[in-house]
Design a protein around this ligand. Sequence first.
Ligand code: 6R9
Length: 641
Amino acid sequence: MEESFRFKEPTETLLSEERVFRPLPEIVVEANISPKDYKKALEKGQRDLEGFWEEAAEKLEWFKKWDRVLDESHAPFYRWFVGAKCNIVYNALDRHIKSFRKNKVAIIWQGEPLGEKKKLTYYELYRRVNQFASVLKSLGLKKGDRVAIYMPNLLQTAIAMLGCAKIGVIHTVIHSGFSAIALKKRVNDAKARVIVTSDGAYWNGKIINLKKAVDEAIIECPSVEHVIVVKRTGEPIDMSDGRYLWWDDLMEGASEECETEILDAEHPLYILYTSGTTGEPKGVLHVHGGYMVGVYRTLKWVFDLKETDIYWCAADIGWVTGHSCLLYGPLLCGATTLMYEGHPLCPKADRLWQIVDKFGVNILYTAPTTIRMLMRFGAELPRRHHLKTLRLLGTVGEPINPEAWLWYYENVGRERCPIMDTWWQTETGMFMITPFPISLLKPGSVAKPFPAIHVEIVDREGNPIPQGKGGFLVIKRPWPAMFRTLWGDPDGYKKYWEIIPGNVYTTGDVARKDEDGYFWIQGRADDIMKIAGHCIGTADVENAFFSHPAVAEAACISIPDSIKGEVAKVFVVLKKGYKPTDELDRELRQYVQKELGPIAIIKSIEFVKNIPKTSSGKIMRRVLKSKELGLDPGDLTTLAD
Ligand code: 6R9
């Protein structure tokens, strides 16, 4: 990580976005958190951090309350709700069973093949989760053991995760798009005793043979005792290895009753491997107590969840967004959460809009990469659908360029739905910087830190950077859903807190704050360019490209230059109907140079068909750069496709 912190100077701001959008009065009037409450919460979060989170924790149920909210004595190994006993599954399921929500739909599942859908009520989900927990017990799994889940967005994936958590088993979900090698690495690092997988997966009209990757991986996974296989596609598969068991066979005989394990608030809930866009995968560890409080509080307020809402987080379950915002968060809030198995382009580029209308979705949460992909097909597609039920939109994963924001706002939200641009990380577990439904919105800005989240923009030495300039985004005080360590690598965890002096958490992002206190993410610190002495974020350059009508996607990297130190090279995917000509090259250069000013020197533009991305849709600039410079690209296991 240190490598990326070679820059001492603040980054320049090349683009400024002046447009602002106010939420409609009806959104403000009906918001769970009124402008007055929001102000109060901000004030309380500043003044009384522990009190703020204690209030949130009181909304959930505990087997035993805490002796202390926060223990900082072993910082940065913070502990939250010390002495408390709980289980996230008790709050996500058990407590709803005893309430009016018992027969409410918990999960709506939509398969990729048209017409395949299922619904599970809270009570049905609860019984299935009990059954799976009973299965795990019958296989001899105990509190603290690890189970790897290598499956796409299936109901069984949700059931498996909750079933593990119910009995204190730690799950690690491995994105179903990852290769056998990536799977093996993670299973071995976690020393998982069980893998849960499916015979195959539907993805963009094709069948992916997941089981084959498992066959390959487990040859070198000595810890794995059993592989539980869900039948999804029905392809013929080889089940002859004694370790393979069918999900349905195990579930059939399993008890629908299973006690929810009473756990310490700090008991591990899951490991999620992340390498983001950089190096080797790290096993980010989250725990039951603090995570459930943080995720519950942030989701309920930011997405303004109402009892009758249909909420759709269109993320893969193998990403932290799938964990916090598709599964745990909405169930903690007692909401109806929609899970879509497949690809946004299957069978056509209006699948998302079709699903919104089919189920009457009220809240839709997706990523800039998806929005940009859909923009390529034109506004006619969303326009052909009603989208009347939508009330709120969300985005996460990368800086959203103002053009994509506006497209989403106008064509999907119909200028009626505020967009929650939520900034957070696998490590943070929950939203950290985000607007509220009542906030004034600026396209491309993630607005303000959530109440009780203490954020600053600093230089390499930890000194605050003046407003308007960019610097390292750090978090100064702990928060309940924070990761507790890196699995098997406490020193790696400590590093996050040692990079910049002052006991602050270094996020690895570069950002600036404007005169209204709004934050603008400029990119990962690793990707910052230094051109003729000026530090420039990739987001600014890419956003300038995005604002040209011919550009569908853009990725910017720096390359060494004997005179300027570094210069920018930009990879561009063109929209349908545009041809990569010399003339367009010239036009683009002139256009962006005018947008960005003379500082950003664009050395070259390369027209490409695709840009390498992670499974969660983040541009892997490291891969482009190493290819450009003929270097080793490092770990490629998270590369999608
Ligand atoms: C949730 C998630 C974390 C990194 C983060 C930042 C980028 C996430 C963003 C955003 C700008 C947003 N990021 N949300 N950048 N605006 N709203 O994405 O977790 O996969 O761990 O990635 O993603 O660079 O540091 P994760």
